[in-house]
Structures are given as C-alpha cells and as structure tokens.
Design a protein around this ligand. Sequence first.
Ligand code: PEP
Ligand code: MG
Length: 572
Amino acid sequence: MTSQLYGIAASDGIAIAKTYRLENPSLEFEKIMIAEPGPEIERLQSALAKSTAELELIKEQAEKQIGPKEAAIFGAHLMVLSDPELIGPITEKITTDHVNAEFALHEVAEMFIGIFSSMDNDYMKERAADVKDVRNRVLGHLLGVKVPNPGLISEKVIILAEDLTPSDTVQFNPEFIQGFVTEIGGRTSHSAILARTLEIPAVVGVKHLMENLEDGTVLIVDGIEGKIIANPTKEELQHYGKRKEEFAHQKTQLASLKDAATLSADGVEVELGANIGSPKDLNSALENGAEAIGLFRTEFLYMGRDSFPTEEQQFEIYSEVLERMGSKPTVVRTLDIGGDKELSYLDLPKELNPFLGLRAIRLCLEMPDMFRTQLRALIRSSVHGNLKIMFPMIATLEEFRQAKQLFVEEQEKLAAEGIPFNEEIEVGIMVEIPSTAVMADLFAKEVDFFSIGTNDLIQYTLAADRMNENVAHLYQPFNPAILRMVKMVIDAAHKEGKWAGMCGEMAGEELAVPILLGLGLDEFSMSASSILKTRSLISTLSKAELVTHTEQILSLATAEEVKQYVAGLVKH
Ligand code: PEP
Ligand code: MG
C-alpha cells in the first residue's frame, strides 16, 4: 500500500528507486561447546574466504572511486585477514577448547585489540581498529547477517539509514546512489551537506523510518518538499516522473549563468563560492560556476583511512585544488574534527556534549604537532594558487592568536629552510560561536577576514542541536538574534577594511539571500548545487532597495515575521 512519510528537505531533486537499508546488524552470538572441530574450522575458513573476496572488491572499487591512498585502509584489512598470527590461534582455540568459531574469533580478536590499543604507539592503535573491523566482517559471515558495504552498491538505489556517518557517505557512488533518507539529522548535518555537494536528493529527520520501510521497497524521495512516498501508485509515479524532468530542465536553463558575474539588479557585484570536502567536489563546483572556494572542509582528508595524512600527502591535495582554481580565491579551513566527525585512529575521550567539547581548533591547539603538519602543507601549497586559511570554532581571541602564532612559526621555519611560499596568505576565522560574533569588533582588528558559519552559529545561539530533528523547529536561521549577529560581524569587518563572507548553508537559502545582500555580505559560499539558483536570484534583487529594509527586518520579533516580510520582497 502506498504511504507517505515527512521529514526535512535536505537536498533538492526527485529520486525514484528501490530502497537499500544501511544498518549495522546485531552481531550477537552464544558460546557453544562443540564435539567435532572439523566442521567449525571449515565454517571459519569459508567466512574468511568470503570476507577476503568482499574486501578485494571494495578495495578495487574504492581505488577507482576515491583513489588509491584512501583505499589503502582496505589493504590493511586484507593483511589482517591473512595474518597467520591471528588466524592460527583462532583455529587452535576451536580445536583445543572445543568452542564454536564465533566465540574463538571473538576471544582471539579481543586479545589483540586489547594489546594493540594499550600500546603507546599510534601505528599499533590503528591496527587495533583494523582488527575490530575485520572481526565484525568475519562474524557477519559466520552468522549469515548482512554487513553493509555502501562502496559495493552497483545498482540504482535509495539509501535508508538511521544516520549516516561521513565515512559511510564518502564511499557513495552517485552513479548508483539516487537519493537517501535518514531518521536522524537536520538540514545542516554533514550527510545533508554532502548530499547537496553530490547533488543527490535527500530527506532527513524522518521519524520511524527504519521501522516502516523494508529493503527493496519502491520509493520516491522528494528532496524539495521533504517527503517520501513508499509503494507509489501509478499516478504518483507519473506525477513525480514529470517533476523530475522539470527539475532537470530548470537545471539546464540555469546552466547558462555558469560564466556570468554575480550582479544584483542595480549592478552591485558579490562573490559566489562553493563549499567542498575534497578535490573530487571541484568538478561540480566549477560546473556550477563557482567564483571561489569559500570553504574547503579538510577533515574529509583525514577520514576513511587509518592514520593521519602526512605533510606530503596533504601538500599534494591542497596544491591540486589550488592549481585547478587558478587565481580564484580558495579558502581552506584547518581541521575541524570532533562533534559529529570522528576519526577511527584518534582515540578521543567520550564526551557528554561533543559539540561543546574538544573539537576543531581546540583539538588542534592540544595536538600542535598534527596542526603544524597541516599548516606547513598549506603554506607550502600557497605557491600554487590563491590560498586563504581560516580557523574553525574560534571562541576567544587567545585561540586565534595562538593558532596564528603557530602559523607564523611554520612560515619562519620554511623560510629558513629556503622553501618558497606566498608571504601574503590571508588568515581569517570562522564566526560560528556567539562569543566571537559579539566580539567581532576586536577580532576584526587582528584577522584578515571573517566567514560566518551559521550551521553552528545557529545551534549555539538557540541551543538547538543541528543534528536533532526533535528541536528542528528551534533551529532558526531567520531568528532576529542570528540576523543581528550577522550584521555585527559584517559591520565590524567593514569598519576595519576587511571582508566578510558566509559559508554556512544559510548563504544559499532563497529567503536569506536578500537579507544578506542588504546587510552588505561580500562573499556567499554554499553547496555547489545552490550557486546558479542564487546567481539568478541576486540578478533580480536591488541592493540599494534592500538596504532600506534592513532596519525594519532587524526590528522584527520572530523568525516567522522575518520570513513573511522577506517573502514579500522576492519577486518571482
Ligand atoms: C558552519 O558551522 O556553518 C560550517 C560551515 O561548518 P560545518 O558545517 O563544517 O560545521
Ligand atoms: Mg561549523
């Protein structure tokens, strides 16, 4: 029977395909005493063989899709699978203790995980993570349950998941993944942002999703309205098939604006940039007419692998991005790990409130060696293009000063080593914590630019978790408190002759653009898929006229009032 579920529209477009449930299965088992070890050992061998075949395929796919360096982690897993020091003791345990293969595997794996993770050596700690992954894969085969392999999907599907981690989504091949739907998450959760980067329709925050939908159900994802339809009728399929075509048509029409400048109706020019997570995203940024990269989220470089990327590896990637962007500004954000972004090889303490914890610049200042490596790679890459660097999650001036000091020290070291770099690299900050927005006048004297990170600024200002669909109603970009802070930041920058941009998702929202233009924002950076729509919208707006409305807008009392007021200003 056809049924509809509602969520939050996370990425534009319509997708129609069968569902693929991405879930971590229960790997529970019991200890069983066995009389005959022979068949148990055979079961183990068969599970090992299946795991090997699967990993070889994943490695091959990953090499093609995300590159050999990123695929190396699967090579490490294959090595664990064929390591006699691990496999030998498992068979031995089955034979001598007369236990089932699941129990023997688990016991031996646990022993190695315990030894490796207690060593004071990063390399060995990474091996513990490898053993854990391999154990789960082999256990899945022994128990006959499906262990999800998003990288292996080779037919057109819509992914259903309770939540998607960035390490799941980096494996997605947009050729096959037509759309996705999650139970958890809001418009600015990282999986939603990634969906927009990959231009895959997505709906997030759909309650009871996993209870209601099975694998292989025909599903329509309406990423424009934030709705999904399971088992659609013939009429619904026809209707949405048509909407899908209309959407594609609209996109082709907008493509004519690709090389146009971004000018308001009264001739004021602003810059439209793209947010990217890896060099792979550059194609989509350039095809969509990005005039800059307003945010390169470097954390994705650190994910999906089993150790920190080296200075050389980072240097290559930054240089590639800068070269491809040529003279266009490219703002690279230093590592913003923590919060909802974890690294398997970095054993951070579990925190009660990770979004308020040791993340981003806080972590980088705690781990200066790791931070210096990134800064050196960035500084060296500056000869290849128009690099600007920004620090995430700055809450105090001391943090900025400390981070800048490390940057200057690395510049000095490189100069002493005779390594060339651009001495004029602009160093700015993200304004995503209210304390920094309030102190923008003082920050503006020391930084080269601001980029307002509304994704976090909204969650911290309204105390509403950006990932939590239960408080999505409080996650209000149009709340006058946010708009007033944005104004403070832009005014503070201009007073000191600096520029102010925005790289939070709000920069690409239809109703936010007129307000931001009126407030004098210099640079708007967004998911690539929003750029052309925004360029078209700006061409219909008169900045001079919008300026006359800003005082009135900022004096409104609620987000709803703001939206209604602005809707009246946007001509369709
Ligand atoms: C932001 O917080 O607005 C931002 C752009 O950073 P991220 O979404 O990566 O937290
Ligand atoms: Mg942020």
